[in-house]
Design a protein around this ligand. Sequence first.
Ligand code: MTE
Ligand code: MOS
Length: 783
Amino acid sequence: MTFMSSKLDKYEVRRKRPAKGKSGKSIAHESAVKHVTGEALYVDDMAELAGTLHVAVGQSTQAHANIKSMDLSAVKNADGVVDVVMLDDVPGLKDIGPVFAGDPLFADGKVEYIGQPIFAVAAHSFEQAKRAVLLANIEYEVLPAILEIKDAIKENFFVRPTHMHKKGDFRKAIDAAPNTLNGELYIKGQEHFYLEGQISYVVPTEDKGMHVYTSSQHPTEVQKLVSEVLDLPINYVQVEVRRMGGGFGGKETQAAPWACMAALLANRLNHPVKIRLARQDDMVMTGKRHDFYDTYEIGFDDSGKLLGSNIMVAGKCGYSPDLSDAIVDRAMFHSDNAYNLQDTQVIGHRCKTHTVSNTAYRGFGGPQGTVLAEYMMDDIARAVGKDPLDVRYNNLYQDGDKTHYGQTIENYHMKELLSQLESESEYRKRRESITAFNAANKYKKRGLALTPVKFGISFTVTFLNQAGALVHIYTDGSIHLNHGGTEMGQGLFTKVAQVVANEFDVDLDTIMVSSTNTEKVPNTSPTAASSGTDLNGKAAQNACIILKQRLVTFAAEKWAVNEDAIRFENNHVLIAKADETIEFTFAEFVAMAYTNRVSLSTTGYYSTPKIHYDREKADGRPFYYYALGAACSEVEIDTLTGEYDVLRTDIIQDVGKSLNPAIDIGQIEGAFVQGMGWLTTEELNWDTSGRLTSNGPATYKIPTAADMPNVFNTSLFDRPNEEETIYNSKAVGEPPFMLGMAVWMALRDAAASVSDYKVNPPMDTPATPERVLNAVQFCKERS
Ligand code: MTE
Ligand code: MOS
């Protein structure tokens, strides 16, 4: 499979012109054309091998129950059914919890959410498997279910222990403050709605080996879990991921169960087995962004400056820990967003509920912390009668300040970034015209908000911050690149290939990026925490540096020159002698190196420097650096219906020195719209039995093209990262997700306008038209 290289004409001597497509250039995504034409191959597009079987999964219909009896004979006898498996059929490890135990591959005598897998069926066709599943006869002894965060807190029902961050004496600070406020905020979760659902195709190979094609952000974890479930050494299992049709965190841990089920059946039957969840099953059976219930108590002075804060964040984890410990930690880390919380206490609960186990989703808990900080700023602004932007400025961290987890703030250019956006968006002028508009219009009201985002970059579990790469140069000068990162549309493969092009100063189309494969680069971290490029870009660069050094050593000896006389330039290698410069094309040069027995292949490795964190003490430097950004949004609401439009959004995002401005801007715009969807139209609903009722696109509304802001300006802060990341760039995948807060805060601003900004209306999320209408009513009644 070739992905990036156009065929190299070995007779063409590449002209000496600047190499094309290097780092820093706006190059189209390596699969952009294939995505549009439909030629890009996803797992379900692969030609199926003869004898391929298809899987459907039998699901719990109860939120919490003991399984009294289970009769699967009708399932086994159904048309086309080849095999039925349940927990007892697992030869190896039965619990596939990614960090902590708690996720049995199939229900273990009891069920803890509606949709929990109980058994799986393999049949000759998907339809046959789906039909057979319905014939199960399962009797339950129904138990009381806990479905809400507040009930879980009341019962101390947690999947992991509560954790705390502390700085100074918050009680004293709040008690001494001239003004105090407290409040609460409920933030609903979010369905990933990746266009490609969960899927795995498992092909048994010789000697019980398994080749797993999957749509996973974490091939190494799938490899490990498949091997454990089958009780095989890890080296029996190969996991390959060419691309995902979106992951957004939903395929970090939750691609694994389906791969394990398919592998279990493939192992028993010695047949290729495919499992692909139908959309509704995917929505019901896989975890989502966590709902959070947050509370706060704050003290502040008359200028609106915070003096102390007392914060609680509580995540709805579902029935098992999954990644929730780290997700609630990240919510706690980000409950300050851009601001100094001063003396503070931040408590984080991991609530257990009898619902699907919630998981990673773009921002990984961070968004559910930052929204609280913005809500507090907004509250303070109206309490002291100031423009919310001025209160935000007033509370920004200064360089040298410490966060509530002990990290010192450095290189904090937030004020500068906000001022730039304030002037480019003409915030003050538009504030005036909005005031005039609102005075002149009885039913339509406009709102404006400018909100910052500070997002910590690194896995907070320090050991995950490492990566590997593999680079081969072939004798025609073409380059094969592999690394541990996975491509889910974010452009990682393009950016890392650009790094390699840059290192050798060759055209990008000489580099082929290949599927992520556990046989090429082992022991990888998930592609997550926005750190894909930071980690894999550096690992690939490291491989290139090793290869270049070998080539330089070879040339220095052969032509008897100093090493610094050799340059890689414009698809050529130049060797400067005293009286002449010898030139080779890159291809000629590497072919010569090969005949002189120089190895043209190596691995590269990287681990992030400077980070350390002691979770017990809640102290250290969990983040290598912060990515900054801000958005300014203007909305118009209809105060009779609560309906609204986003009139304009301006964004400035700090991506450091951009590796690829086109891809970065794509990430920023996409993340903003996804974040806006989370806070406005996307609403997950559950009935009182614990059943998800928003289980398809008809009942769950993701933003469409028509929901984009009418005017949408995105620019890059574009200044080098002070830290030595790959070419001083910054991560971009998750941070701009939180820019969607500007729309939500603008909606609250528009609602508050009916009270002349005297009242702070409650605005839980998503701020659907109903909630906006309630906010307007609330303001009307109190003014
Ligand atoms: N962009 C696209 N198109 N599709 C995705 O699934 N996932 C996001 C973000 N951008 C995603 C995306 C998430 S949750 C993360 S953590 C990062 O990409 C992961 O990739 P990176 O580390 O290479 O930025
Ligand atoms: Mo992203 S939530 O870290 O996969």
